[in-house]
Design a protein around this ligand. Structure first.
Ligand code: DQA
Length: 151
């Protein structure tokens, strides 16, 4: 059986985790979160990608579409979640399943965060569990991959 591979993608400002508004996002750095995933899911082949740039995230999705290599994506798009139609269109344009995750509960925050323009084109959404959101996103993705009909 081939290894399941998951690319964990993070958008703008998530490189600042640990230092950035810890009362909202917690004290774990992105590196801590990534390490925690590798430890919690030893059988999964993880990759990690973060960029402050919207275009980089789009190009990474297109690379996956064109060259394969990843069973699924767990994505925290940061603020792009709320306004990037370009990111939404890119997710829509690729076949790889994408799970949207957020550290904070975006529905319990400022009005402008309560709308995600990417949720409709994602497999599912996890929001509000801190670093655990990434773990729950991986679990959701694994359960989908294990049960989805063979195409
Ligand atoms: C976030 C929520 C977004 O509103 C915010 O812009 C982020 C982080 C979260 O993980 O809670 O950068 O995606």
């Amino acid at each position: 059986m081939s290894t399941t591979t998951i690319l964990v993608m993070n958008g703008p400002n998530l490189s600042r985790l640990g230092k950035r508004e810890p009362e909202i996002y917690g004290r774990s750095t992105l590196e801590d979160i990534n390490k925690g995933l590798v430890e919690a899911f030893p059988d999964i082949g993880f990759g990690f990608f973060q960029s402050e740039d919207e275009g980089d995230l789009l190009l990474k999705l297109f690379e996956i579409e064109d060259h394969g290599g990843w069973s699924g994506v767990v994505l925290n798009a940061g603020a792009l979640t709320h306004y990037s139609i370009a990111l939404r269109d890119a997710i829509s344009a690729v076949k790889v399943p994408v799970v949207e995750v957020h550290l904070s509960n975006i529905y319990a925050r400022e009005e402008f965060r309560r709308k995600s323009v990417i949720s409709e084109v994602c497999l599912g959404v996890i929001s509000g569990f801190g670093a655990e959101s990434y773990h729950l996103g991986v679990r959701g993705l694994l359960s989908y991959l294990a049960t989805r009909p063979v195409s």
